[in-house]
Write a new protein. Structure first.
Length: 405
């Protein structure tokens, strides 16, 4: 036991007012608590570490609408009597690979990656992570979570969905909650347009698509296309390939439809009447509920670099030369979406960073492989089908600082 090995007392305090259960992602919650406890023991020489779990009414950021609407909030606090952190250093420790100062890293080891990941995980769980600390006075990290957190995975006509009291607790990352969506005009000016939460019944079915006949498990292609004649062409080809299709010519509607229907894939035109398509792509890729969806951009060639840099799965240049080009695109998307498991490769020379990344990026449908240098990565890439590559360029640039991993 870590506490015994360090001769530090460890207490667990459970408030008597706690509910019987908390509905959340158990794996991610365990990851955050494990990291907070690990840090507490690492930086505590004497005294104690205490884990307190209790229902609370305040303590989180007043601007956090997700927690404000949650009704019941549970606080998981890890308090220690360790070295503490000065106020001017409390923000940077949540940044990847940062610690309060260099001497801390040299004395205690580690890369400072865990807190950055923990803060991100807390957001994915619909909550937030806060810190109270002072030098030589210990630290208290508190994870605030809604008692019930059910991110909406799909909502289709004829399919039961979470009741409103639960659905309203979805995370704050949804792009259709009234946040501004920036559109950049050719002149370089920037206009903020609000993205309301439109009722799906108010969105016009412009080409007679399949939104009213969706069934559970059917693959769905969301077609976001300014040219409705071309949109009908895409819809017909998608149906031939076994997809149901939903069509819109508007970027704001695309975000609402993606949030509601969770399509299997998206085709996206960059030049839309209301919103720059790359802004739509950016929103989709920054929303935890839609960022896994492959988005294939079909637009004029000058948009290629912007689209791919913004996270597009693939790019097809207009004008389309043949039906076979679209067939090949849909086949590529189909093959990708039907894989039972995604393959992710992490490349970093630092063993601790490597272990953290493998642990926190792994999921039921994501298999993570790690390599310590470019040569090892090249060998893995040559012999395996890799869907995503994560490269820690800083650690690799430092050379073979770690020769044991």
């Amino acid at each position: 036991h870590v506490a015994e090995a360090k001769n530090v007392d460890f207490f667990i305090r459970l408030d008597s007012r706690l509910p019987q259960s908390v509905l959340s992602d158990a794996k991610r919650l365990q990851q955050v608590l494990k990291n907070l406890l690990s840090n507490a023991f690492k930086f505590t020489h004497q005294g104690h570490v205490t884990l307190t779990i209790e229902p609370v009414k305040t303590g989180w950021d007043p601007q956090n609408e997700g927690l404000n609407r949650a009704g019941d909030v549970i606080a998981f606090s890890v308090a220690d009597t360790g070295i503490g952190i000065s106020s001017d250093k409390q923000q940077i420790i949540f940044e990847a690979f940062q610690q309060a100062d260099g001497s801390t890293s040299r004395k205690y080891g580690g890369t400072g990656l865990g807190l950055a990941i923990s803060r991100e995980l807390s957001r994915l769980l619909g909550g937030e992570l806060r810190l109270v600390s002072a030098p030589r006075a210990g630290s208290t990290f508190t994870l605030y979570l809604p008692q019930i957190y059910m991110p909406q995975r799909f909502s289709r006509k004829g399919v039961a969905v979470a009741p409103p009291s639960v659905a309203a607790i979805r995370g704050e990352a949804s792009p259709s909650a009234g946040e501004p969506l920036a559109r950049e005009a050719d002149s370089g000016s920037r206009h903020d347009i609000s993205v309301p939460q439109p009722a799906l019944s108010t969105l016009v079915n412009e080409v007679g698509d399949d939104r009213d006949s969706l069934t559970l498990g059917a693959p769905v292609l969301l077609i976001v296309e300014n040219d409705l004649s071309f949109a009908r062409f895409l819809l017909d080809l998608a149906r031939e390939k076994g997809f149901k299709g939903i069509v819109t010519s508007m970027g704001v509607s695309a975000l609402a439809l993606a949030s509601e229907y969770k399509p299997s894939a998206v085709t996206l035109d960059i030049f839309l009447p209301d919103v720059d398509g790359c802004r739509v792509l950016d929103r989709l890729k920054h929303d935890p509920q839609t960022r896994h969806i492959p988005v294939s951009v079909i637009s004029t060639d000058e948009s290629r670099e912007r689209a791919l840099n913004s996270g597009a799965f693939s790019f097809l240049s207009k004008p389309i030369q043949s039906k076979e080009m679209i067939d090949a695109l849909i086949d590529q998307v189909t093959e990708f979406t039907q894989r039972p498991e995604r393959q992710l490769l992490v490349v970093t020379a630092d063993a601790e960073r490597r272990n953290w990344l493998v642990e926190y990026l792994a999921a039921d449908d994501v298999h993570v492989t790690a390599a310590r240098d470019y040569d090892a990565a090249a060998a893995l890439l040559a012999g395996n089908s890799i869907d995503c590559l994560v490269v820690d360029a800083e650690a690799l640039h430092d050379g073979d600082a770690d020769s044991t991993g």
